[in-house]
Write a protein that binds this ligand. Structure first.
Ligand code: PGA
Length: 251
């Protein structure tokens, strides 16, 4: 049985003070969920990472991005050793907003994922197609390529310890979630692709999340999906009451 993992991606929201207020009201709830096999996490801005990492005892705290270089002349970037120093072990990689606004590619995601593993950290690798690709029925081709290139050079042991988030771009921040049939179909396809690239055991262990307009009103519909092990939640993770409500629907 795979654990369930639900991570709130705060994007460029919340000051350090706001992040602290949230975790004060949330961390004990994360403990009660752990007892039920559900891991809860938050990916705040870089600035709030240290405060949350110190405060959160039961909530997994993840970065939203990393730079793959150890150090160097990369103005505005944050390195993996800097994150490790403050107790961060996970990072989202290849979120569609990074791919769209910051020119990240499958190849650059692969460099970041490899650098994370080389430093004993773990990626939450986002994949997913645009609306145009979805309408052209190319979702699986796109996701397959994102997996083949993004995971290139990784061992099975590494892949079984990572999280893959299927986030169709047309459903992110739009209020238009993918139906559970669509989400399960692609998450199942991701698991099959991992089996092809690695083996059955790796494909059965890797955690696969769905993300895109998940909210308390629609989360129930995904619960019967065999291949969805949790959610990457944007908007609905910003208010502690809403995020808790969403999670309570899963418990
Ligand atoms: P959303 O964002 O839940 O606001 O659609 C999801 C994400 O970007 O991870």
């Amino acid at each position: 049985m795979r654990n369930k993992i639900i991570i709130g991606n705060w994007k460029m929201h919340k000051t350090i003070e706001e992040a602290n207020d949230f975790i004060n009201e949330f961390d004990d709830f994360a403990l009660s969920c752990r007892d039920k096999g559900i891991v809860l996490g938050i990916a705040p801005s870089f600035l709030s990472l240290e405060a949350l990492s110190v405060k959160a005892k039961y909530t997994l705290i993840a970065a939203q991005n990393v730079n793959e270089h150890e150090d160097g002349a990369f103005t505005g970037e944050v390195s993996i050793p800097m994150l490790k120093e403050i107790g961060i072990h996970y990072s989202i990689i290849g979120h569609s907003e990074r791919r769209t606004y910051f020119n990240e590619s499958n190849e650059s995601c692969n460099l970041k994922i490899r650098a994370l593993f080389a430093n004993s950290m773990f990626p939450i690798y986002c994949v997913g197609e645009t609306l145009k690709e979805y309408e052209a029925k190319k979702s699986k081709d796109v996701v397959k390529q994102q997996l083949e290139i993004g995971l290139s050079g990784l061992t099975g042991e590494q892949v079984e310890n990572m999280i893959i988030a299927y986030e169709p771009i047309w459903s992110i921040g739009t209020g238009k979630n993918a139906s559970h049939e669509i989400a399960e179909d692609i998450c199942k396809f991701i698991r099959e692709t991992i089996k092809e690239l690695y083996n059955q055991s790796v494909s059965e262990k890797v955690l696969i999340q769905y993300g895109g307009s998940v909210k308390p009103e629609n989360v129930q519909e995904y619960l019967s999906c065999e291949n969805i092990d949790g959610f990457l939640v944007g908007g609905a993770s910003l208010k502690v009451e809403t995020f808790k409500e969403l999670i309570k629907d899963i418990l």
